[in-house]
Design a protein around this ligand. Sequence first.
Ligand SMILES: Nc1nc2c(ncn2[C@@H]2O[C@H](COP(=O)(O)OP(=O)(O)O)[C@@H](O)[C@H]2O)c(=O)[nH]1
Ligand SMILES: [Mg+2]
Ligand SMILES: [Zn+2]
Length: 303
Amino acid sequence: MKTALENGTVVAAFGRSYLVELDGGPTLTCFPRGKRSEIACGDRIQVQKTAEGQGVIVAADPRSALFYRSDAYRQKLIAANVTQIVIVLAAAPSYYEDLLNRCLVAAEHAGVRAVIVLNKFDLEASSAAMERLQVYASLGYPVVPLTAKVDVTPLRAQLEGHTSVLVGQSGMGKSTIINRLLPGTDAPTAELSIALDSGRHTTTHARLYHLGPVSHIIDSPGMQEFGLHHIAADALDHLFVEFRPAIGHCRFANCRHLTEPGCAVEAAAREGSVSERRLASYRRIAEELRRSDGVTTRSTTRS
Ligand SMILES: Nc1nc2c(ncn2[C@@H]2O[C@H](COP(=O)(O)OP(=O)(O)O)[C@@H](O)[C@H]2O)c(=O)[nH]1
Ligand SMILES: [Mg+2]
Ligand SMILES: [Zn+2]
């Protein structure tokens, strides 16, 4: 006897299996039909129950947005159907500004809102970090100072009505934020992994949690790098939002804003409407994308 298909949401994506929350129903462990799958946490799918607590993923709905990173060889799916990316930074361990910029570029590319959290605001070095982040606030990205260990209230308003994904280097406090937002969740944090002597990778896969009927949040594993190989080199400048007014005004129509004379983006940086640090970051990323253009991204893995 064939059972009917049921709709559900992928709340965790492991290597080969998925945790699927059926609409208004229980959570099943599911396997994809077929060998390879490109299913991510947050995907809406149809499942056929095969046994108690188990099912097979038969189909997946089209996504409203997919957030992912990629190196020259593979894509790493991070989360699907998100409406917002929350980039978690802290003054210590120090964060990489290039990584922040890469996350912002990926958010612009995916067409979703980006929020920056400066966590561990209790640390002394936070005020200097906050000052460096002013350039991002001036671009329209909300910058939220937070001491997640004590209180996550300042972040709640930003999350209302969104499906958010927390991203950032490990050790910034993403899982601590989840545990504070949702007491009783026990997302693995650094303390827990030390206690269990389980190494430094505390969060090993993305996990979706419900904050309310219309607000959801996805914790993701820490990342040290964020490849943007899925973005064409000549599309990158538009993803640095403040470059847009200058684009099209360079002396050369195909200006890459690297070393060309008469570059309007460079001029904007001299005048101060583009930050030198953002331009330098753009140039590093652009060089990397130029080098890799023509190399095709082949396979997909989850991060
Ligand atoms: N001082 C301080 N430490 C924090 C704060 N939030 C988290 N931490 C610490 O930062 C470390 C990493 O936290 P964790 O949530 O595992 O980070 P994740 O790797 O981004 O998920 C832990 O030791 C936390 O206790 C905070 O607001 N202030
Ligand atoms: Mg974590
Ligand atoms: Zn230019």
